[in-house]
Design a protein around this ligand. Structure first.
Ligand code: AMP
Length: 170
């Protein structure tokens, strides 16, 4: 299936110069939605994963679908102040300024095998911060997978040594 045709480019969103990859046309089409969830799950052996970690907010769409297919639990990583219980956090640099992400302190157990999922990998800063959160809690990052990889932003260079898969590359 050609899921590329369900991704809409929106120029100058959320700010001038960015070409935003809008996945909502793909989510709306039931065949494209089912195909994408299966293709992401097929990147990994289902016995290999205890927990799928998804980052706010579009990692929350396919993340739980993947968890269900892989017979794993789902853990959200969120922006500061959103998670109700005790958290740990990681800050990381953006092109201008910085950002912080949080995870619940008890979300991952020592030795848990973890799959990290998000819709898009751009510079890789977000994914790198999530790897650090998982590892600080004692989890093992088995794989990172993404629907879309913006290769020209070289996100993989921030994630050397990790197993990384993406369905669509631009
Ligand atoms: P980065 O930390 O640079 O890899 O950015 C990844 C995060 O930003 C992901 O959570 C994406 O959802 C979002 N993102 C970055 N660039 C784009 C883009 N061009 N289109 C859609 N989402 C993007």
């Amino acid at each position: 299936m050609n899921i590329d045709s369900y991704i809409r480019d929106v120029t100058d969103f959320p700010k001038k110069g960015i070409v935003f990859k809008d996945i909502t046309p793909l989510l709306k089409d039931v065949e494209a939605l089912k195909y994408t969830a299966k293709a992401l799950a097929d990147f990994i052996d289902d016995a290999a994963i205890d927990i799928v970690v998804g980052m706010e907010s579009r990692g929350f769409i396919f993340g739980p679908m993947l968890a269900e297919k892989l017979n794993a639990g789902f853990v959200p990583v969120r922006k500061p102040g959103k998670l109700p219980y005790n958290t740990i956090n990681e800050s990381f640099a953006l092109e201008y300024g910085s950002d912080t992400l949080e995870i619940h302190l008890d979300a991952i157990k020592e030795g848990d095998k973890v799959l990290i999922h998000d819709d898009v990998i751009a510079t890789g800063g977000t994914a790198r911060a999530v790897c650090k959160l998982v590892e600080r809690l004692g989890g093992e990052v088995v794989q990172l997978n993404f629907l879309i990889e913006l290769e020209f932003l070289k996100g993989r260079e921030q994630l050397k040594g990790y197993d990384i898969h993406s369905l669509l590359k631009y």
